[in-house]
Ligand binder design. Structure first.
Ligand SMILES: O=C(O)CCC(=O)C(=O)O
Length: 281
């Protein structure tokens, strides 16, 4: 059965900057996401072990993982990212055009899964590129496990609490975790307790954070972020990705050309790197 986003959820999103869509991922898709998640965590662990790394940016081995933009390596992820559910969600919250901007696994290890500080997703863009101006984009936070305060769920601060609608705050880097922090106040926000298979959508200017995982099981989430237009850095370079998904309400994603374009881009980058290494030598 196809899913329709309730009007009430769209109204919540417009008012507060976020909305909860309970149990919208079907069982087959959820099982696929859970299995792919296991693969990417295993791969990342092995890679970090090989490089003798315990920390890589905001990823801390065994404790907290952020694994981004790997969907092309999976035979199945495209079915979720560019499928009917995400088409309906992006059409309801973003409009008739949608590009995949970022996709990311966020996993907290059992018993030692670290918290993640208050931030806006757009705050990460602004921290690196102060002059950057972009339309707020849409984050779809997908619960792959039942989520509660005990296992490190997220809390979201409604826009009106401190005025985050279309407002990107300055973020500071936190020593030790490398988290960027956009809010240091006492507001608790709305804690999200949802069953696995639920999606929380929020705007890239919505402040959110997550608690530590104190349970004896991993806590798995998957984030898919979509923009209504490609996002460029202030110097004109494409920021992250802009994979065409929906144009004027019609799905335009084509996996073959996505893989092919990506391969062409990768070989172009390899060429540039070889040329610069030859120049440096
Ligand atoms: O799942 C979480 O712990 C939060 C992830 C998050 O806030 C993010 O990646 O921006």
């Amino acid at each position: 059965m196809t899913y329709t986003v309730p009007e009430e959820a769209v109204r919540s999103y417009e008012k507060d900057g976020f909305a909860i869509l309970p149990s919208v991922i079907d069982a087959e898709m959820l099982a696929m996401l859970q299995m792919e998640c296991g693969y990417f965590i295993g791969y990342t662990d092995a890679w970090m072990e090989n490089k003798e790394l315990d920390v890589m940016g905001i990823t801390h081995k065994g404790k907290r993982y952020f694994i981004s933009n790997r969907y092309r390596k999976s035979p199945d992820m495209h079915r979720f990212l560019f499928g009917e559910l995400m088409r309906e969600i992006t059409a309801s919250f973003l409009g008739p055009d949608a590009y995949l901007f970022v996709e990311q696994w966020v996993v907290k290890g059992a018993e030692q899964g670290m918290k993640f500080a208050w931030h806006q997703d757009s705050g990460y863009v602004k921290f690196i590129d102060r002059e950057n101006v972009h339309k707020p984009y849409l984050t779809c936070w997908c619960a792959l496990d039942d989520m509660s305060a005990a296992n490190g769920t997220i809390s979201v601060l409604p826009h009106d609490v401190i005025g985050t609608r279309n407002n990107v705050l300055d973020h500071v880097s936190e020593k030790g975790t490398n988290d960027l922090v956009g809010y240091h106040g006492d507001e608790p926000g709305v804690e999200i307790n949802v069953p696995k298979g639920s999606i929380v959508v929020f705007s890239s200017t919505s402040l959110h954070r997550s608690s530590a995982n104190k349970t004896d099981r991993r806590r798995r989430a998957y984030l898919a972020q979509y923009s209504s237009e490609p996002i460029y850095s202030s110097s004109g370079k494409l920021w992250s990705m802009a994979v065409p998904f929906v144009k004027d309400g019609n799905v335009v994603y084509d996996r073959d050309s996505d893989l092919q374009d990506h391969e062409i881009e990768r070989s172009r980058l390899r060429e540039v790197q070889r040329a610069s290494e030859a120049g440096a030598g």
